[in-house]
Design a protein around this ligand. Sequence first.
Ligand code: FES
Length: 85
Amino acid sequence: AFEVELKKSGETVTVPEDRSILEALRDAGHATSSSCESGTCGTCKTRLLAGDADHRDMVLMDEEKGDFIMICVSRAKSGRLVLDL
Ligand code: FES
């Protein structure tokens, strides 16, 4: 598991191994946009403010990977991610 910090609300959500970031946010009561939930459509694109992301999508260009994350499939390599949510 790893944690995501939601910058705007100051909240921290734990993402278990068997849940996506998107699912964990929904479990915590956050409305999040998604469509494909398989890393291909781009709907769930979220600004990444800090952290070491493990990108698993097919959408982001390499130059975007420091600033954005697709939260339906991607995860943290370690520690925590800070999202602009
Ligand atoms: Fe389609 Fe995440 S919901 S890329």
